[in-house]
Design a protein around this ligand. Structure first.
Ligand code: WQD
Length: 377
Protein backbone atom coordinates (compact mmCIF):
# COMPACT_ATOMS: atom_id res chain seq x y z
CA UNK A 1 0.00 0.00 0.00
CA UNK A 2 1.36 3.43 -0.95
CA UNK A 3 0.89 5.98 1.79
CA UNK A 4 0.94 9.67 2.60
CA UNK A 5 3.80 10.04 5.07
CA UNK A 6 4.71 12.95 7.33
CA UNK A 7 8.45 13.16 8.03
CA UNK A 8 9.10 15.45 10.99
CA UNK A 9 12.69 16.70 10.72
CA UNK A 10 12.50 15.52 7.13
CA UNK A 11 15.10 18.09 6.05
CA UNK A 12 17.74 16.53 8.28
CA UNK A 13 20.47 14.03 7.38
CA UNK A 14 18.41 10.87 8.04
CA UNK A 15 15.05 12.50 7.30
CA UNK A 16 16.07 13.73 3.83
CA UNK A 17 17.59 10.39 2.77
CA UNK A 18 14.47 8.60 4.01
CA UNK A 19 12.22 11.07 2.17
CA UNK A 20 14.09 10.28 -1.07
CA UNK A 21 13.60 6.52 -0.57
CA UNK A 22 9.92 6.96 0.33
CA UNK A 23 9.36 8.95 -2.88
CA UNK A 24 11.25 6.40 -4.97
CA UNK A 25 9.01 3.71 -3.46
CA UNK A 26 5.94 5.64 -4.65
CA UNK A 27 4.79 7.20 -1.39
CA UNK A 28 3.77 10.85 -0.99
CA UNK A 29 5.68 12.85 1.61
CA UNK A 30 5.05 15.99 3.64
CA UNK A 31 8.21 17.32 5.26
CA UNK A 32 7.77 19.28 8.48
CA UNK A 33 10.94 21.04 9.58
CA UNK A 34 11.88 24.24 11.43
CA UNK A 35 15.38 24.28 9.88
CA UNK A 36 16.96 24.69 13.31
CA UNK A 37 19.54 22.06 12.39
CA UNK A 38 19.06 21.57 8.63
CA UNK A 39 19.11 23.52 5.37
CA UNK A 40 16.49 24.43 2.80
CA UNK A 41 19.03 23.64 0.06
CA UNK A 42 18.93 19.98 1.04
CA UNK A 43 15.12 19.91 0.70
CA UNK A 44 15.36 21.62 -2.68
CA UNK A 45 17.66 18.85 -3.91
CA UNK A 46 15.25 16.06 -3.03
CA UNK A 47 13.20 16.40 -6.25
CA UNK A 48 16.48 16.52 -8.21
CA UNK A 49 17.20 13.02 -6.88
CA UNK A 50 13.72 11.55 -6.64
CA UNK A 51 12.41 13.07 -9.86
CA UNK A 52 8.82 14.14 -10.28
CA UNK A 53 7.37 13.15 -6.95
CA UNK A 54 4.70 14.20 -4.54
CA UNK A 55 6.70 15.97 -1.84
CA UNK A 56 5.66 19.11 0.01
CA UNK A 57 7.31 21.19 2.68
CA UNK A 58 5.76 22.83 5.71
CA UNK A 59 8.13 24.98 7.73
CA UNK A 60 7.15 24.71 11.36
CA UNK A 61 7.94 23.23 14.77
CA UNK A 62 6.80 19.80 15.90
CA UNK A 63 6.29 21.23 19.38
CA UNK A 64 3.25 23.05 17.97
CA UNK A 65 0.75 20.20 18.33
CA UNK A 66 -2.02 22.23 16.63
CA UNK A 67 0.16 22.71 13.55
CA UNK A 68 1.04 19.01 13.49
CA UNK A 69 -2.61 17.98 13.87
CA UNK A 70 -3.59 20.40 11.10
CA UNK A 71 -0.97 18.94 8.74
CA UNK A 72 -2.13 15.40 9.60
CA UNK A 73 -5.76 16.23 8.84
CA UNK A 74 -5.30 18.43 5.76
CA UNK A 75 -2.96 15.97 4.06
CA UNK A 76 -4.80 12.87 5.31
CA UNK A 77 -1.53 11.44 6.58
CA UNK A 78 -1.41 7.65 6.89
CA UNK A 79 1.81 7.40 8.92
CA UNK A 80 4.28 9.64 10.72
CA UNK A 81 8.05 9.24 10.77
CA UNK A 82 9.30 11.27 13.72
CA UNK A 83 12.93 12.32 13.16
CA UNK A 84 12.87 15.84 14.62
CA UNK A 85 14.96 16.22 17.74
CA UNK A 86 18.41 17.05 19.08
CA UNK A 87 21.04 14.32 18.79
CA UNK A 88 24.45 15.44 20.02
CA UNK A 89 25.56 13.33 22.98
CA UNK A 90 28.09 15.86 24.28
CA UNK A 91 25.58 18.72 24.02
CA UNK A 92 23.05 16.64 25.94
CA UNK A 93 25.55 16.17 28.78
CA UNK A 94 26.27 19.91 28.88
CA UNK A 95 22.59 20.93 28.70
CA UNK A 96 20.32 18.01 29.69
CA UNK A 97 17.23 20.17 30.29
CA UNK A 98 17.38 21.42 26.70
CA UNK A 99 17.29 17.79 25.52
CA UNK A 100 14.53 16.72 27.91
CA UNK A 101 12.46 19.73 26.91
CA UNK A 102 12.98 19.64 23.14
CA UNK A 103 13.04 15.92 22.46
CA UNK A 104 10.31 14.83 24.86
CA UNK A 105 8.03 17.83 24.27
CA UNK A 106 8.36 17.25 20.54
CA UNK A 107 7.46 13.58 20.84
CA UNK A 108 4.46 14.23 23.13
CA UNK A 109 3.27 16.92 20.73
CA UNK A 110 3.45 14.57 17.73
CA UNK A 111 1.70 11.75 19.60
CA UNK A 112 -1.04 14.11 20.84
CA UNK A 113 -1.59 15.42 17.33
CA UNK A 114 -1.77 11.85 15.99
CA UNK A 115 -4.36 10.96 18.65
CA UNK A 116 -6.43 14.05 17.82
CA UNK A 117 -6.19 13.51 14.06
CA UNK A 118 -6.83 9.75 14.23
CA UNK A 119 -3.45 8.90 12.65
CA UNK A 120 -2.39 5.51 14.03
CA UNK A 121 0.95 4.52 12.46
CA UNK A 122 4.28 5.79 13.80
CA UNK A 123 7.94 5.18 13.02
CA UNK A 124 10.19 6.64 15.71
CA UNK A 125 13.86 7.53 15.26
CA UNK A 126 15.49 5.79 18.21
CA UNK A 127 19.13 4.88 18.77
CA UNK A 128 21.45 2.07 19.83
CA UNK A 129 22.55 4.43 22.56
CA UNK A 130 19.66 2.99 24.57
CA UNK A 131 21.77 -0.14 25.12
CA UNK A 132 24.48 1.76 27.01
CA UNK A 133 27.50 -0.54 27.33
CA UNK A 134 25.86 -3.85 26.37
CA UNK A 135 27.04 -7.18 27.85
CA UNK A 136 25.62 -9.08 24.88
CA UNK A 137 27.40 -8.65 21.52
CA UNK A 138 26.01 -8.62 18.91
CA UNK A 139 23.11 -6.91 20.67
CA UNK A 140 19.50 -8.01 20.20
CA UNK A 141 16.44 -5.85 20.92
CA UNK A 142 15.79 -7.93 24.04
CA UNK A 143 19.05 -6.75 25.62
CA UNK A 144 18.74 -4.68 28.79
CA UNK A 145 18.57 -0.93 28.13
CA UNK A 146 20.51 1.59 30.17
CA UNK A 147 21.28 4.89 28.53
CA UNK A 148 24.54 6.46 29.64
CA UNK A 149 23.76 10.08 28.66
CA UNK A 150 20.76 12.44 28.59
CA UNK A 151 20.38 12.11 24.81
CA UNK A 152 20.07 8.33 25.09
CA UNK A 153 17.74 8.70 28.07
CA UNK A 154 15.38 10.89 26.01
CA UNK A 155 15.20 8.06 23.45
CA UNK A 156 14.38 5.53 26.17
CA UNK A 157 11.77 7.79 27.76
CA UNK A 158 10.11 8.42 24.38
CA UNK A 159 10.03 4.67 23.67
CA UNK A 160 8.21 4.25 27.01
CA UNK A 161 5.77 7.07 26.14
CA UNK A 162 5.06 5.32 22.85
CA UNK A 163 4.50 2.03 24.71
CA UNK A 164 1.84 3.66 26.89
CA UNK A 165 0.25 5.54 23.99
CA UNK A 166 0.02 2.41 21.84
CA UNK A 167 -1.77 0.56 24.63
CA UNK A 168 -4.21 3.42 25.22
CA UNK A 169 -5.16 4.10 21.58
CA UNK A 170 -7.06 1.29 19.90
CA UNK A 171 -5.37 0.26 16.67
CA UNK A 172 -2.30 2.44 17.19
CA UNK A 173 0.93 0.79 16.00
CA UNK A 174 4.51 1.97 16.29
CA UNK A 175 8.00 0.81 15.41
CA UNK A 176 11.01 2.39 17.12
CA UNK A 177 14.07 1.95 14.92
CA UNK A 178 17.28 1.75 16.94
CA UNK A 179 20.02 3.10 14.67
CA UNK A 180 23.59 2.01 15.13
CA UNK A 181 26.00 4.35 13.36
CA UNK A 182 24.52 5.95 10.21
CA UNK A 183 27.20 7.25 7.80
CA UNK A 184 27.75 7.97 4.13
CA UNK A 185 25.67 9.96 1.66
CA UNK A 186 23.41 9.51 -1.34
CA UNK A 187 25.51 8.36 -4.33
CA UNK A 188 24.52 11.54 -6.23
CA UNK A 189 26.53 13.60 -3.73
CA UNK A 190 23.59 16.03 -3.58
CA UNK A 191 22.65 15.26 0.03
CA UNK A 192 24.75 14.07 2.93
CA UNK A 193 25.80 14.93 6.47
CA UNK A 194 26.68 18.57 7.10
CA UNK A 195 27.27 19.04 10.83
CA UNK A 196 27.34 22.68 11.90
CA UNK A 197 30.54 23.52 13.79
CA UNK A 198 32.97 20.90 15.07
CA UNK A 199 31.78 17.41 14.11
CA UNK A 200 31.08 15.14 17.08
CA UNK A 201 31.06 11.97 15.02
CA UNK A 202 33.90 10.08 13.36
CA UNK A 203 32.86 10.03 9.69
CA UNK A 204 32.23 13.75 9.22
CA UNK A 205 35.41 14.52 11.14
CA UNK A 206 37.47 12.21 8.91
CA UNK A 207 35.82 13.73 5.80
CA UNK A 208 36.70 17.25 6.94
CA UNK A 209 40.28 16.20 7.76
CA UNK A 210 40.53 14.67 4.27
CA UNK A 211 39.20 17.94 2.82
CA UNK A 212 41.78 19.94 4.79
CA UNK A 213 39.12 21.64 6.89
CA UNK A 214 40.61 19.92 9.99
CA UNK A 215 44.35 19.31 10.54
CA UNK A 216 44.00 15.68 11.58
CA UNK A 217 41.65 13.17 13.16
CA UNK A 218 41.93 12.73 16.94
CA UNK A 219 41.57 9.03 17.63
CA UNK A 220 39.89 8.72 21.02
CA UNK A 221 41.86 5.95 22.65
CA UNK A 222 43.68 2.86 21.40
CA UNK A 223 43.61 0.76 24.56
CA UNK A 224 40.17 -0.81 24.18
CA UNK A 225 39.61 -4.56 24.06
CA UNK A 226 39.28 -4.60 20.27
CA UNK A 227 41.38 -5.98 17.38
CA UNK A 228 43.59 -2.87 17.23
CA UNK A 229 42.68 -1.11 20.48
CA UNK A 230 40.50 1.58 18.87
CA UNK A 231 36.73 1.72 19.32
CA UNK A 232 34.60 -0.60 17.22
CA UNK A 233 31.16 0.39 15.84
CA UNK A 234 28.46 -0.97 13.55
CA UNK A 235 28.45 1.58 10.73
CA UNK A 236 25.45 1.47 8.40
CA UNK A 237 25.11 3.28 5.06
CA UNK A 238 22.52 6.06 5.30
CA UNK A 239 20.69 4.74 2.22
CA UNK A 240 20.45 1.26 3.79
CA UNK A 241 19.08 2.93 6.91
CA UNK A 242 16.59 4.94 4.85
CA UNK A 243 15.39 1.81 3.04
CA UNK A 244 14.96 0.17 6.44
CA UNK A 245 12.50 2.96 7.28
CA UNK A 246 10.56 2.36 4.06
CA UNK A 247 10.38 -1.36 4.82
CA UNK A 248 9.21 -0.63 8.38
CA UNK A 249 6.44 1.80 7.39
CA UNK A 250 5.23 -0.51 4.61
CA UNK A 251 5.05 -3.26 7.25
CA UNK A 252 2.81 -0.97 9.35
CA UNK A 253 0.66 0.04 6.37
CA UNK A 254 0.27 -3.49 5.08
CA UNK A 255 -2.50 -5.76 6.22
CA UNK A 256 0.09 -7.88 8.00
CA UNK A 257 -1.03 -10.09 10.81
CA UNK A 258 1.52 -8.44 13.04
CA UNK A 259 -0.61 -6.45 15.47
CA UNK A 260 2.07 -5.75 18.04
CA UNK A 261 1.36 -2.23 19.36
CA UNK A 262 5.01 -1.18 19.58
CA UNK A 263 8.09 -2.97 18.25
CA UNK A 264 11.72 -1.93 18.79
CA UNK A 265 13.95 -2.94 15.90
CA UNK A 266 17.70 -2.58 15.34
CA UNK A 267 18.98 -1.04 12.12
CA UNK A 268 22.61 -2.09 11.81
CA UNK A 269 24.74 -4.44 9.71
CA UNK A 270 26.03 -6.90 12.30
CA UNK A 271 29.56 -6.07 11.04
CA UNK A 272 31.90 -4.04 13.27
CA UNK A 273 34.79 -1.80 12.22
CA UNK A 274 37.41 -0.08 14.37
CA UNK A 275 38.37 3.59 14.06
CA UNK A 276 41.66 2.65 12.39
CA UNK A 277 39.87 0.37 9.92
CA UNK A 278 37.56 3.26 9.03
CA UNK A 279 40.51 5.65 8.64
CA UNK A 280 42.31 3.23 6.31
CA UNK A 281 39.15 2.60 4.28
CA UNK A 282 38.49 6.33 4.00
CA UNK A 283 42.11 6.93 2.93
CA UNK A 284 41.65 4.33 0.16
CA UNK A 285 38.44 6.11 -0.93
CA UNK A 286 40.03 9.56 -1.15
CA UNK A 287 43.35 8.29 -2.52
CA UNK A 288 45.63 9.63 0.21
CA UNK A 289 46.36 8.96 3.90
CA UNK A 290 44.04 10.95 6.13
CA UNK A 291 46.20 12.41 8.93
CA UNK A 292 45.46 11.29 12.49
CA UNK A 293 46.85 11.29 15.99
CA UNK A 294 46.02 8.94 18.83
CA UNK A 295 44.85 10.60 22.04
CA UNK A 296 43.05 9.68 25.24
CA UNK A 297 39.67 7.96 25.41
CA UNK A 298 36.56 10.13 25.10
CA UNK A 299 34.47 10.02 28.31
CA UNK A 300 31.30 7.96 27.89
CA UNK A 301 32.54 5.94 24.91
CA UNK A 302 32.05 2.19 24.91
CA UNK A 303 34.61 -0.18 23.40
CA UNK A 304 32.25 -1.97 21.05
CA UNK A 305 28.75 -1.47 19.67
CA UNK A 306 27.40 -4.15 17.33
CA UNK A 307 23.87 -4.89 16.12
CA UNK A 308 22.12 -8.19 15.76
CA UNK A 309 19.97 -7.13 12.75
CA UNK A 310 18.03 -10.38 12.42
CA UNK A 311 14.66 -9.04 13.65
CA UNK A 312 14.49 -6.45 10.82
CA UNK A 313 15.11 -9.24 8.33
CA UNK A 314 12.45 -11.43 9.90
CA UNK A 315 9.83 -8.66 10.15
CA UNK A 316 10.47 -6.52 7.07
CA UNK A 317 12.65 -8.76 4.88
CA UNK A 318 15.22 -5.92 5.07
CA UNK A 319 18.97 -6.27 5.15
CA UNK A 320 21.73 -3.75 4.44
CA UNK A 321 23.46 -3.90 1.05
CA UNK A 322 26.45 -1.55 1.31
CA UNK A 323 29.90 -2.16 2.79
CA UNK A 324 32.44 0.13 4.49
CA UNK A 325 34.21 0.98 1.22
CA UNK A 326 30.92 2.25 -0.26
CA UNK A 327 30.13 4.21 2.90
CA UNK A 328 33.52 5.95 2.71
CA UNK A 329 33.36 6.54 -1.03
CA UNK A 330 29.89 8.13 -0.89
CA UNK A 331 30.75 10.21 2.17
CA UNK A 332 33.91 11.50 0.47
CA UNK A 333 32.05 12.16 -2.82
CA UNK A 334 29.56 14.35 -0.94
CA UNK A 335 32.28 16.13 1.03
CA UNK A 336 34.17 16.96 -2.20
CA UNK A 337 31.07 18.48 -3.76
CA UNK A 338 30.49 20.59 -0.67
CA UNK A 339 34.12 21.74 -0.78
CA UNK A 340 33.87 22.60 -4.49
CA UNK A 341 30.78 24.69 -3.76
CA UNK A 342 32.57 26.51 -0.92
CA UNK A 343 35.70 27.09 -3.04
CA UNK A 344 33.68 28.40 -5.95
CA UNK A 345 31.84 30.67 -3.53
CA UNK A 346 28.69 29.24 -4.93
CA UNK A 347 25.69 28.60 -2.81
CA UNK A 348 23.04 26.36 -4.19
CA UNK A 349 20.56 28.83 -5.67
CA UNK A 350 17.48 28.80 -3.55
CA UNK A 351 15.43 26.50 -5.70
CA UNK A 352 12.39 27.30 -3.74
CA UNK A 353 10.92 30.24 -1.94
CA UNK A 354 11.34 30.52 1.76
CA UNK A 355 8.33 28.95 3.27
CA UNK A 356 6.37 30.25 6.17
CA UNK A 357 4.09 27.64 7.59
CA UNK A 358 0.57 28.84 7.40
CA UNK A 359 -2.62 27.19 6.36
CA UNK A 360 -2.45 28.74 2.92
CA UNK A 361 0.63 26.70 2.16
CA UNK A 362 -0.92 23.44 3.18
CA UNK A 363 -3.02 23.08 0.10
CA UNK A 364 0.13 23.08 -1.93
CA UNK A 365 -0.55 26.26 -3.88
CA UNK A 366 2.46 27.99 -2.31
CA UNK A 367 5.81 27.51 -4.08
CA UNK A 368 6.67 25.35 -1.14
CA UNK A 369 4.59 22.72 -2.88
CA UNK A 370 7.42 20.73 -4.36
CA UNK A 371 5.01 18.38 -5.96
CA UNK A 372 5.74 19.71 -9.42
CA UNK A 373 9.04 20.97 -10.69
CA UNK A 374 7.47 24.26 -11.79
CA UNK A 375 7.38 25.12 -8.12
CA UNK A 376 11.17 25.12 -8.21
CA UNK A 377 12.52 28.32 -9.63
C1 WQD B 1 32.50 6.39 16.72
C2 WQD B 1 33.88 5.91 17.14
C3 WQD B 1 34.82 7.17 18.96
C4 WQD B 1 35.12 10.94 16.71
C5 WQD B 1 27.13 8.53 18.45
C6 WQD B 1 25.89 8.60 19.29
C7 WQD B 1 24.85 7.66 18.78
C8 WQD B 1 24.60 7.92 17.32
C9 WQD B 1 25.90 7.86 16.53
C10 WQD B 1 22.59 9.26 17.18
C11 WQD B 1 34.08 5.87 18.65
C12 WQD B 1 35.64 7.37 17.70
C13 WQD B 1 34.87 9.63 17.08
C14 WQD B 1 36.46 11.39 16.62
C15 WQD B 1 37.23 9.21 17.27
N1 WQD B 1 23.95 9.16 17.14
N2 WQD B 1 35.90 8.78 17.35
N3 WQD B 1 37.47 10.50 16.90
O1 WQD B 1 29.84 7.76 19.72
O2 WQD B 1 29.48 5.56 18.48
O3 WQD B 1 27.66 7.23 18.52
O4 WQD B 1 26.78 8.82 17.12
O5 WQD B 1 21.79 8.37 17.32
O6 WQD B 1 23.67 7.87 19.51
O7 WQD B 1 26.25 8.17 20.60
O8 WQD B 1 29.70 7.69 17.19
O9 WQD B 1 31.07 8.67 15.42
O10 WQD B 1 31.04 9.79 17.71
O11 WQD B 1 32.23 7.61 17.41
O12 WQD B 1 38.15 8.43 17.53
O13 WQD B 1 36.75 12.57 16.27
O14 WQD B 1 34.86 6.84 16.64
O15 WQD B 1 35.65 7.05 20.11
O16 WQD B 1 34.92 4.77 18.96
P1 WQD B 1 29.25 7.02 18.57
P2 WQD B 1 31.02 8.54 16.90
Amino acid sequence: MKGRILTTGGAGYIGSHTTVELLKAGHSVIILDNFENSDRDRVARIPLIAGAADVRLVEGDVRDAHLVADVLKRHEIDAVMHFAGKKAVSESVADPLLYYHDNITGAVSVLSAMRDAGCKKLIFSSSATVYGDPDMLPTRETAPTSASNPYGRTKLIIEDIIDDTAVSLNGFQAISLRYFNPVGAHSSGLIGECPRGLPNNLFPYIAQAAAGVRDYVHIHGNDYETSDGTGSRDYIHIVDLARGHVAAVEHLLSTSTDHAPHRKVNLGTGQGHTVLEVLHAFSRACGFQVPYRIGPRRPGDVATSLADPSLALALFDWKPQFDLEKMCWDHWNFQKRELDKLNSGMRMPHLMHDVVADHATLNGTHPSALGNRDALN
